[in-house]
Design a protein around this ligand. Sequence first.
Ligand SMILES: O=C(O)C(=O)Cc1ccccc1
Length: 297
Amino acid sequence: MLAYFGPQGTFTEQAARGFASPQQELVPFETVPAALAATRRGETRSACVPVENSVEGAVPATMDALTEGEPLVAVAEAVLPVRFSVLVRPGGEPVRTVASHPHALAQVRHWLAEHLPEAKVVAATSTAAAARAVLNHEFDAAVSAPVAVRHYPLEVLATDVADVRDAKTRFLLLRPPGELPEPTGHDRTSVVCTAADRIGALSELLTELALRGINLTRIESRPTKGRLGEYRFYIDFDGHVAEPRVGDALAALHRHCPHTRFLGSYPKAEPGGAVAGNEEFVAAADWVDAVRRGQGA
Ligand SMILES: O=C(O)C(=O)Cc1ccccc1
């Protein structure tokens, strides 16, 4: 079974369908933490959740849920284009309220100001929860994934709605720690580190990556929810933990931040990124191994 951030008809369901095997059952959960909790309890084999959007940035619920509770690791990622449909009840009632997930609302602000300027904008737990609420007469319109109209008998007021063309959302497939995906040569590694509150702490972490020719693909900070000014850093970079230099960099991050949590090494959904040769790092590690065995100098 595969848990996903639902209900039926979310963008996350579309991503989950891409991850699922044909016979695998998909189970919707109302929130990201609930989907992850089901996987932590072993009720589902994996969970699919959104992690970041090219326009609105990180999904805080996912970041927090990945650091709190038992560890989960990403084994795959998917990147989906995001275009919205605006759904209403059949009958042409005036639209006084419009609801959606905050990430969706942030991506259609200009469209709403132009086409529904009088409507009050309300946050919902997901785009599909907003569609369901429209059906239940709680709101008049929902900004939803185009597939939502297949699950909820609503009418399409507008399609292809997006302030920014080519917006994309990245999703992760998460499992309890176990066997890691094999390295493919175009992988990403994700970690979260709680940096010490002292001068240069973050720059030391980033330098460990730079020194090894490792390309940073994302860095986000979130408060630890403890002391004001204490942060966790979510760091994504190119490479797989099985590669000597990536393993080496992770060990260095752990030396700087004993509270480093490994969030996975998995194939990148889209090729690209700065590529630095791995060969010299492999050759150097082999040389050290030979020295240790007394067979090199
Ligand atoms: O609410 C959904 O449909 C989700 O899957 C989260 C989301 C919201 C907005 C853009 C992409 C994903």
